[in-house]
Design a protein. Structure first.
Lengths: 617, 237
């Protein structure tokens, strides 16, 4: 490797760092002021790219000048900025006081809606963008050719950083933003209308995301998967840099850019793992990121959301429970093959959702990547059967072990954090697990996954398999429920409601949370293993973000205040999804809209409605 | 007959299930300094927050300058001319002294002589010397001056001053007393909460004593100083 090659490699790292910083700076600014982690930031980025591939070629038809190219880019960014304002006024304003889990879910609802809107407006085919006039050539650097556009991108990052610095230090708007980042209530008590400040911040944040997307069009075609891939990277950058810190985002983007461009030389396939290692090290050494502050994540006004009362089953509930159990067991007797399939899946999802609520509702550990443990359980079982040649029984034992093992590994880092940092770290771990399953084609089959994951001969009939699943899931749920009522569960609730007080009375909060995380990972792994056998195949969607969101939507629908809400939510969610998904091309749009509606109108879910009925009676 | 600027009647407020105020009544006349006295936890700061809308009252009414401001958002209350200096100062530590003052800046209403950065630097010369310094690097007394100056930048008609002397060195406490008297001389009405009878006696015209979320005494400062029973029951520790 000669010197010129290293320089060019480093420059290319700087170019991607620059792009990443433009996007992440918007995310971190919006978080700093509104305290909302905006999932839809990736959607703004994608919309910026789609706007640019629409507007820029149209402008270039008039004159192929660099000026018009950059006008088009800025127009696209401004349009996205206006969309950010629309989102703030219509949605975020109603979210500032709700718990952060609901904020994340609601903004993810926007992600789903935008995905379908983009497919509807621009179609499923990738749209390549025009190259920038005047910057199409290559530049000779130490004997290596380097694209001029990349050199330009390298300058964009520092330029944006400089302009943001001027905005933040030399304008009243910027000073108010910085003040609000520290203490927004006090800014209000000094007579500043926060609504205007927040709207302005959302414009700025969405503008930066749109700018980042629009600037990418000469390098990558606009496509409908851009949103989730960039949001994960942007999350990693903001977490490493410190939430709310713009210079921190710049620093982190540069480090990650270099790590990626040199990491790819040394370990071509595991650059993501390097980034993950970096994030893990940073978060262990500096839990609030390189330039972040602990206050940014703490001190929220909203009360913790979760299981608030744990009444034992009353006589009526016992009757309902018995009816449900009998109905579950009677499905193979009376139902057709399709009903049995749905019922089996409902049972599996009920276990997965219950294990998630064990973390979220009972432990206050808001995991945004629970699908990782579900999926890893599925992969463990599936690979043991197809590649390892083992029968179903040992594979089903391995599934919860795999789920628990990975949950223990990831959980070691996760439990060091709380609130929004914790949620983002779980999401990042899930994305890494997803990326490994997606990229490690030789073992995991990549995107296609692995087929031929069949149960042993005795359990091959749908009906017998249903009983097997029922036995595993009902026992699993009963065991977790028992833990919720045991002192261990009460301890977790104590730590959820006040970590400091729990700490002060001698509870090892981290150890309890780590054990809970491991236990929930094991239960999710078992559910995943069962799911692999029910489908007969495994593929990366099992551990994707949308899967994690499905689990959270089940909690939301069922209501996370109650112990059994997750089970009701899983049943309702999966039945509705299974019924409606084949009927519409816009399932994601409806799912997104429903999640938002649930958060805004019906935040206590089905069991909340039941509880209200019971109190009235 | 003096004109009433602020009128609090029957205000109850609390945090979550915990009730803190049980029907607080008090008034503030134009141009006077009134002291709200009481021990730790008596409800002084909560009263201030309830007036300011930071903790919206559950019942009762707050009237300010002839308007019913109950339930208004804090920024509207501030814009109506009521300034608030919080007990825990809550300066913006990342910002410089000058930037902290900028956050508070609002144009004066009704043609009164406006507070400007220059006038405030005159009153608090220490602030002028460190205008470019990050507020995090200031002493407690300097932060207290900054938080008062920041509120005055909004050109309020009346100010809620929550425990201005708390935790400060005697020499700084004297400066605070001067600042309060200066505000009064400028025609501002001040409601301050205080534990120290000495400080209140030095600046206040009237006093209220609050205990367990209710007003137990209302009268002139001189009457409070003369009333041994009230003092020993509600104030001395």
């Amino acid at each position: 490797m000669d010197f010129g090659f290293l320089v060019v490699q480093s420059l290319s790292g700087l170019a991607s760092a620059s792009s990443l910083f433009v996007i992440a700076s918007g995310l971190t600014l919006v978080f700093g002021v509104t305290r909302i982690v905006n999932f839809a930031h990736g959607s703004f980025y994608m919309l910026g790219a789609y706007m640019a591939v629409t507007v820029v070629p149209w402008l270039l038809d008039f004159d192929r000048s660099p000026l018009l190219f950059f006008c088009g880019v800025l127009i696209s960014a401004a349009v996205v900025g206006v969309l950010g304002v629309v989102m703030e006024v219509l949605l975020l304003r109603r979210l500032y006081k709700v718990p952060e889990l609901f904020q994340l879910l609601a903004t993810f609802g926007v992600v789903l809606m935008v995905q379908d809107a983009v497919l509807w407006l621009w179609g499923p085919v990738e749209i390549p963008g025009p190259r920038a006039p005047g910057l199409r050539h290559g530049v000779e650097i130490l004997g290596q050719r380097f694209p001029a556009y990349e050199l330009f991108l390298i300058c964009v990052g520092p330029a944006v950083l400089g302009l943001l610095w001027l905005l933040m230090h030399r304008t009243r708007f910027g000073i108010l933003i910085r003040a609000a980042t520290r203490d927004r209530e006090m800014v209000g008590a000094l007579g500043v209308n926060q609504a205007m400040l927040f709207t302005g911040t959302l414009f700025l944040g969405a503008f930066l995301a749109g700018l980042g997307g629009a600037l990418q069009i000469p390098r990558v075609s606009a496509n409908s998967q851009m949103d989730l891939s960039i949001i994960t990277e942007a999350f990693v950058v903001t977490v490493i840099g410190g939430m709310g810190s713009v210079p921190g985002a710049f620093l982190a983007a540069v480090i990650i850019g270099q790590l990626n461009s040199f990491g790819v030389l040394i370990f071509p396939k595991i650059t993501l793992v390097l980034v993950f290692l970096l994030m893990a090290v940073v978060l262990v050494v500096k839990p609030w990121g390189l330039l972040g502050r602990p206050e940014a994540a703490a001190g929220r006004a909203a009360l913790p959301e979760g299981i608030l009362a744990t009444p034992r089953f009353g006589p009526w509930e016992k009757v309902i429970l018995a009816v449900v159990l009998v109905a579950t067991l009677a499905v193979p007797v009376f139902g057709d093959a399709y009903t049995v399939k749905v019922a089996t899946e409902v049972l599996i999802f009920a276990l997965a959702a219950f294990s998630l609520n064990f973390l979220v509702g009972n432990g206050g550990i808001v995991s945004f990547g629970h699908a990782a443990y579900f999926g890893l359980g599925a992969y463990a079982a599936g690979l043991l059967v197809t590649k390892g040649g083992l029968p179903m029984e040992p594979a089903l034992i391995a599934a919860p072990i795999a789920g628990a093992a990975f949950a223990a590994l990831f959980g070691f880092f996760v439990v060091r954090l709380s609130g929004i940092y914790l949620a983002m770290l779980t999401l990042a771990f899930a994305q890494i697990a997803y990326a490994v399953c997606f990229q490690w084609v030789e073992v995991t089959g990549g995107d296609n996954g692995v087929v031929g994951v069949w149960p042993s001969a005795w359990a091959r009939s749908r009906d017998v398999f249903h009983y097997l699943v029922a036995a595993c899931c009902i026992l699993g749920i009963a065991a977790l429920r028992h833990v919720i009522y045991a002192p261990f569960g009460a301890t977790l609730r104590a730590a959820r409601d006040s970590e400091q007080r729990a700490d002060a009375i001698g509870i090892d909060v981290r150890m309890h949370r780590w054990l809970a995380f491991t236990l929930a990972g094991g239960a999710a792994g078992l559910a995943g293993g069962l799911y692999a056998f029910s489908k007969g195949s495994i593929d990366p969607t099992l551990l994707s973000i949308p899967m994690s969101i499905d689990f959270l939507a089940m909690l939301l629908l069922g209501g996370m205040q109650t112990v059994m809400g997750a089970v009701a939510g899983a049943a309702a969610f999966h039945t509705i999804k299974d019924f409606f998904m084949p009927l519409t091309d816009h399932w994601r749009f409806f799912l997104g809209a429903s999640i938002i509606a649930l958060v805004l109108i019906f935040p206590r879910g089905l069991s909340g409605a039941y509880g209200a009925l019971r109190r009235r009676a | 007959m003096a004109e009433t600027v602020l009128e609090v009647s029957g205000v109850t407020a609390g945090y979550g299930p915990a009730e803190v105020l049980f029907g607080v009544d008090l008034t503030l006349e134009r141009g006077e300094v009134a002291a709200l006295m009481g021990r730790n936890g008596a409800g002084k700061s909560t009263t201030m927050k309830a007036i300011m809308g930071l903790l919206p009252p559950r019942a009762g009414q707050v009237r300010f300058a002839g308007q019913d401001i109950t339930g208004w958002a804090p920024y509207r209350i501030a814009r109506a001319g009521l300034g608030y200096v919080p007990e825990d100062r809550r300066i913006f530590t990342d910002l410089t002294v000058a930037e902290n003052l900028e956050v508070g800046r609002r144009a004066a209403q009704g043609g009164r002589a406006a507070w400007t950065v220059e006038r405030l630097y005159e009153i608090f010369p220490n602030l002028a010397e460190m205008r470019g310094r990050r507020a995090a690097a200031m002493s407690g007394g300097e932060q207290q001056m900054l938080t008062i100056a920041r509120t005055l930048m909004g050109n309020p008609e009346a100010v809620l001053l929550d425990e201005p002397s708390e935790g400060l060195a005697p020499v700084i406490v004297e400066l605070m007393a001067e600042a309060v008297l200066r505000m009064k001389a400028e025609g501002l009405s001040v409601l301050l909460s205080e534990q120290s009878l000495d400080f209140a006696a030095a600046v206040a015209d009237r006093a209220y004593v609050i205990e367990k979320g209710g007003i137990r005494f209302a009268g002139t400062m001189a009457a409070l100083e003369a009333d041994d029973h009230i003092r020993t029951t509600y104030l001395t520790v």
